[in-house]
Design a protein around this ligand. Structure first.
Ligand code: SF4
Ligand code: SF4
Length: 290
């Protein structure tokens, strides 16, 4: 018999919780600026309880002088982490559309806290299998979100939040985090933190000001100024808008591979304890292998 205290919540239990919490997450974003409610809601969407970084693993960089793509940088991050668990199912897709082709592209959970994930959710894997999973998500056009979010630890009943990280593969139709962000209160502008090495650039010669990209941005970060698209401060660098520009005016600009990888590792270190200061797994907090 399975030891009830060894593992956290089972698959069925998590599904029920998610079903019940969906309206709270949806309306919480909208009501996050209402007096009194904001003091209750906003802490749940802020550091250190909630941090998200988008990586456009579905986009190739067109600059010929740049050899790496965000996907490869993500793979280098995963190769540095020993403890990896693949979820059998994307819970957002499971909730909204069980026929979605991406139902089987579940999140990756990373770090020592995964030891408590109930086996009904999926399986522990090595970095090779995890990287194949990320490539599959990239081929489906999904954005990777690196998330250190209290609700994950709570939902799966994982006791060590500080040693837990999720990489989720998201779109704008089903993702519990990305949907309804257009209607967020201004206090939630910093829910996502852009990785500094990633920029979205607009080639003004090619931009016709058609406005097609404006509505596609899930955080409404694009405005038209003098008939040209201008990417605003709230852009999180997810890269989704690029595919909607028929004139190929939008593109990705990245720091060089080494710098971008260092920025990603440093973000992950800030978020959680799944890496030590050298980039290898943190087996013992007192240990410093540098
Ligand atoms: S879709 Fe392209 S051409 Fe149209 S406004 Fe946006 S960037 Fe400009
Ligand atoms: S402008 Fe919007 S859709 Fe485009 S990369 Fe930024 S956040 Fe993503």
């Amino acid at each position: 018999m399975m030891n009830c205290f060894k593992y956290g919540a089972s698959y069925k239990f998590v599904k029920i919780q998610l079903f019940l919490s969906w309206p709270i997450i949806k309306y919480g974003k909208k009501l996050s600026n209402v007096p009194v409610l904001k003091w209750i809601i906003n802490p749940f969407f802020k550091r250190p309880h909630n941090e998200l970084t988008s990586i456009p693993i579905h986009k190739k960089v067109t600059d010929p002088t740049y050899s790496a793509v965000p996907l490869e940088i993500m793979e280098k991050l995963i190769a540095r982490i020993d403890e990896i668990f693949i979820m059998n199912e994307c819970h957002c897709a499971g909730l909204k559309n069980r026929n979605s082709p991406r139902l089987s592209i579940g999140c990756l959970a990373l770090g020592p806290a995964i030891k408590r994930i109930h086996p009904s959710h999926g399986k522990r894997v090595g970095s090779k299998e995890a990287i194949a999973h990320v490539r599959n998500a990239s081929a489906h056009g999904l954005v990777a979100n690196i998330a250190h979010v209290w609700i994950d630890a709570f939902a799966f009943q994982l006791t060590d939040f500080n040693k837990l990280l999720f990489i989720c593969f998201c779109d704008d139709d089903q993702c519990i985090y990305r949907t309804h962000m257009k209607k967020r209160g201004p206090n939630l502008d910093k829910t996502y933190k852009k990785l500094p090495g990633i920029q979205i650039v607009n080639d003004l010669q090619l931009c016709t000001g058609c406005g097609e990209c404006l509505d596609k941005c899930f955080v409404s970060a694009i405005d038209l100024v003098d008939h040209k698209a201008v990417i605003g401060e709230s852009c999180v660098g997810c890269g989704v808008c690029i595919q909607y520009c028929k004139n190929s005016a939008l593109g990705l600009s990245l720091d060089n591979e080494e710098k971008l990888l260092e920025q990603l590792l440093s973000r992950v270190r800030e978020m959680s304890g799944v890496l030590d200061t050298c980039g290898s797994p943190k087996r013992n907090p007192r240990e410093n292998a540098c």
